[in-house]
Design a protein around this ligand. Structure first.
Ligand code: SF4
Length: 392
């Protein structure tokens, strides 16, 4: 096992060397933080109290944190960086929820609203991805008043009708709860039916920050933290994998991050149903949240810190930590892939949500772009399926 003294004296593995760990000198970190990093290098998981200390890292400490996270990533999941060739389908932008951080949705009476769950629309969208062969469709929409249990089933049937081999990664816990409410049925029954009709996995979106006070301020009409946790645990019990997400960098504090990550860890210890953790930096530009609340915008160093701490705290249970090229751009995403992340995310082909909020990094990433960026990091690239089955 790589020892601390090896780090300091430069006796490093090839991959560690690529991260310039020769420069690591943990003595430059505060004593408490240094001890936590030492323990992490001995495969000890930080406690909740230690998690708060990690999140308090500043300046050079964050570089050290990133380098330690990179060593741990190598140990836990190796040097391969994965990506998925998928297609986003946002079938409606109409939503009655009006979350303050969302610039994508419009209210039900808006003339800018659209709603199309027809097989022709889905086929056209999937055909636009040629010559690439997608393995996944990622399907999410607003909470349109016309949506109910039957319309969600229709979506699944239409997609399966186009290509039964496609993995359908669809419907956030918010949409699942809406489907259940529409027929006054248990979430569990709804999930069973969706699975029967081809639902392969669920995006763990709508988690935002798992704290009801924060939720009241940023998404008052959304499901509660307890409902999100309940829906996710039911999915896992029924053999429907999900991702885990957090929307960070708005009105919340680092104590909310600690709580959120602790909840995710507790769920995963119980169910092992999460495929990956996807931290999502908040893009504020066009949102109501930016107009109504003042908050401190996170820096690139803060982003590195968040991804690195996620690896230290969750990496033994969440092998896969996904960066976000959509939110961060490719150069910054590459840096996070040297600070704990191991997955680049998806090709998307039509990214709408972040672009509406003011994101400027595009709507598509081709497989070639992923491969080139990964090779520049001197790492191995590999296409994966939704559930991390390797396709290379
Ligand atoms: Fe609606 Fe989702 Fe946007 Fe909230 S985040 S307003 S639920 S589309």
């Amino acid at each position: 096992m790589l020892q601390l003294k090896d780090l300091i004296q430069g006796r490093l593995s090839k991959t560690a060397r690529q991260t310039d760990l020769e420069d690591v000198d943990l003595r430059k970190a505060r004593r408490k933080l240094r001890n936590i990093l030492k323990q992490a290098l001995n495969d000890e998981i930080p406690t909740i109290e230690e998690l708060s200390i990690l999140f308090s890292a500043q300046g050079h400490e964050i570089h050290l944190l990133g380098q330690v996270a990179d060593v741990i990533r190598e140990r836990q999941v190796g040097s391969t960086i994965t990506y998925v060739v998928n297609r986003n389908i946002n079938f409606t932008n109409v939503c009655s929820n009006n979350c303050l951080f969302c610039a994508y949705s419009v209210p039900p009476d808006s003339k800018d609203g659209y709603f199309d769950i027809s097989i022709e629309n889905f086929r056209k969208k999937i055909e636009k991805t040629y010559p690439y062969q997608i393995t996944e469709v990622c399907v999410q929409g607003g909470i349109h008043p016309a949506l109910n249990f039957d319309t969600y089933i229709e979506i699944l049937q239409n997609l399966k009708g186009i290509d039964p081999t496609l993995h359908i990664h669809a419907f956030s816990p918010q949409e699942i709860t809406h489907a259940a409410n529409s027929i006054e049925e248990d979430v569990e029954e709804v999930l069973r039916e969706f699975k029967k009709h081809g639902l392969g996995s669920i995006p763990g979106t709508a988690a935002e920050i798992l704290d009801d006070n924060v939720r009241k301020a940023i998404c008052p009409h959304k499901l509660s933290s307890a409902e999100w946790i309940h829906t996710i645990e039911l999915c896992h019990q029924l053999g429907i994998p999900t991702t885990a997400t957090i929307l960070f960098g708005h009105i919340e504090g680092s104590h909310h991050w600690v709580r959120h990550l602790s909840i995710l860890r507790m769920i995963q210890e119980k169910t092992h149903g999460f495929t990956e953790f996807i931290p999502l930096p908040f893009i504020a530009e066009n949102t109501q949240l930016k107009q109504k609340h003042s908050f401190h915008k996170l820096s690139n160093l803060d982003y590195i810190k968040f991804y690195a701490v996620s690896r230290l705290f969750l990496g033994d249970l969440f092998k896969n930590i996904q960066t976000s090229w959509v939110k961060l751009g490719f150069p910054m995403a590459q840096i996070t892939l040297k600070a704990g992340c191991n997955d680049f995310g998806g090709t998307l082909f039509e990214e709408n949500i972040t672009r509406s909020a003011g994101g400027v990094f595009g709507q598509i990433a081709t497989p070639e772009k992923f491969q080139m960026s990964i090779h520049r990091l001197q790492r191995t690239s590999c296409e994966r399926g939704t559930l991390y089955n390797l396709l290379c």
